[in-house]
Design a protein around this ligand. Structure first.
Ligand code: NI
Length: 194
């Protein structure tokens, strides 16, 4: 087990698309995924993608903690887990704005539109196929992490840069700074970041 160094925005590894992992899953990838979970929990964060720890493989780790879960179907608590070679399919046209941070962009939060309902597929740490439907925060964190595999950062998806803020300022001023914040999302601003 090891805590890995996290790349910050500006490091080119975050702007290179990641490569699929071969099967059967090599032991070195399993070790990486285990270290990524430890790194995510240490940060603390709710998600991490391999390029964020300087590795160009399509591996993500994530979790849905109790304080982010709505308890609705597809958005229940998810313990820390690994998804290898993930793929996403939106299940409706609906998108919603929500606050996101990123361990590679420390100290900032921005409002990002994401699909509200998705199906995702991939392989678990044991090499078995995983297929799930996700909504709410669960759907959001998966989309954020898979974007990292495609060299996309959440800033790239923000339609309104007025909704970019330092986390510390949100503590004092909430989400109101001229533009309408996403309803009910303000108190999420200082939560752990993907
Ligand atoms: Ni991120």
């Amino acid at each position: 087990m090891a805590i890995l160094k996290i790349a910050r925005m500006g490091h080119p590894v975050l702007r290179r698309p990641a490569e699929p992992v071969e099967t059967p899953i090599p032991a070195v990838v399993k070790q990486l995924a285990t270290d990524m979970i430890e790194t995510m929990l240490d940060a603390p964060g709710v998600g991490l993608a391999a390029p964020q720890v300087h590795v160009g493989w399509r591996v993500i780790v994530f979790r849905v903690p109790a304080d982010r879960s709505t308890g609705q179907p597809g958005d229940t608590v998810v313990e820390p887990q690994v998804l290898i070679n993930p793929e996403i399919e939106p299940l409706s046209d609906e998108m919603a704005l929500g606050w996101e941070g990123c361990l590679s962009i420390p100290g900032l939060r921005g409002a990002v539109p994401r699909w509200t309902r998705i199906r995702y597929r991939g392989l678990g740490l044991d090499g078995q196929p995983v297929e799930r439907e996700a909504t709410g925060f669960h759907a959001r964190v998966i989309q954020h992490e898979v974007d990292h595999l495609d060299a996309v950062l959440y800033l790239d998806r923000m339609p309104d840069m007025r909704l970019l803020t330092f986390t510390e300022e949100m503590k004092y001023f909430g989400t109101g700074f001229g533009a309408a914040p996403p309803p009910g999302e303000g108190r999420r601003a200082t939560d752990p970041q993907p």
